[in-house]
Design a protein around this ligand. Structure first.
Ligand SMILES: [Mn+2]
Length: 306
């Protein structure tokens, strides 16, 4: 039987080979990296940090800024909200530079030093979903999780790819709507010839409907609404997800929708302060000179507090 340990061991051995000997087995081997400060809750400045869509194993992953972000944001709990290792891309073409290894090392080190690290797999690392409830070197795997903030809000933590299906269905409905739209166009002609005979001005039903259909096809909005609606129906105050690489934090019909973004394009994360305030952090690597207080490097932030 294949265990989580075998899977990671095999992956690690492969990564060591591919990294030209420079890579290291990321299990229970402490290389005492340059950052000697404790990595556990004793120096946690944040109650929780949520990151997703790192896509390690692809050229798009911004591993260096991510390492810098992790260094500056120690937390009691770290949620890895899916698409951490891009198994889809790695199967096609092996790409594993040292910086990607360093990220894995950093995450394992954090778990070793007492930070609770929870990995919620996504669609690009769905291989890990079979290990639901197990752990890899101290990193817990859960297909979905619930995070309770310091002020008692219960947040559903899920990657979000399952909602693609829901949106696909919505697209079918929109398609059916398109046919209905054709019918209504013809109806509109009849209606307007009638209106003309009655001396009324032209009213474009098609314009009105086109606007509606376009709105229905807006994928991002559909995704956000679908995820928030599901969180609400499950009785949560809010949801934290990733998947669409669109950082966001806002209330949707009274449910808090948080998307922690990604580390390919937006370089963003969601953090919970010690008092329960949630903040969307947009990381700007090296935007300010050295010596500037930690954490001040973040630009453009949204804060939703208690
Ligand atoms: Mn995804």
């Amino acid at each position: 039987m294949r265990t989580a340990f075998d899977a990671l061991g095999g992956w690690a051995a492969r990564s060591r080979l591919q990294a030209g000997g420079g890579g290291a087995l990321p299990i229970d081997v402490d290389h005492g990296d340059a950052d000697d400060a404790p990595d556990g809750p004793e120096r946690a400045r944040y109650r929780a940090v949520f990151i997703s869509d790192l896509h390690l194993g692809t050229a798009g992953c911004k591993a260096r800024p991510l390492l810098e972000f992790l260094k500056q944001h120690p937390s009691e709990t770290l949620y890895l909200v899916g698409d951490i290792i891009d198994g889809w891309q790695l199967r096609r073409k092996w790409f594993w530079p040292q910086s990607h290894n360093d990220v894995v090392q950093k995450l394992l080190r954090r778990a070793r030093k007492g930070c609770r690290v929870v990995f919620v797999p996504g669609n690009h690392d769905e291989f890990a979903r079979q290990f639901d409830g197990n752990q890899f070197g101290g990193i817990e795997v859960h297909n979905e999780a619930v995070h309770t903030t310091a002020d008692g809000r219960r947040l559903w933590v899920v990657h979000g790819d399952h909602f693609d299906g829901v949106i696909q269905c919505a697209k079918w409905l929109a398609y059916l709507g398109d046919n209905a739209y054709e019918l209504l166009l013809r109806l509109n002609n009849h209606l307007n010839s009638l209106r003309a005979r009655m001396g009324l001005p032209y009213w474009s039903l098609s314009q009105y409907l086109k606007h509606k259909v376009k709105k229905a096809l807006n994928y991002v909005m559909d995704f956000e609404r679908a995820v928030a609606a599901e969180a609400r129906s499950r009785g949560y105050h809010g949801v934290v997800c990733g998947h669409i690489h669109r950082p966001e934090m806002r209330h949707i019909d009274g449910t808090l929708y948080c998307n922690d973004g990604d580390w390919v394009e937006s370089l963003s994360a969601l953090v919970e302060h010690l008092d329960g305030r949630l903040e969307l952090v947009h990381w700007a690597p090296g935007a300010l000179p050295e010596g500037v207080a930690q954490g001040e490097k973040a630009r453009g932030q949204t804060i939703i507090g208690a």
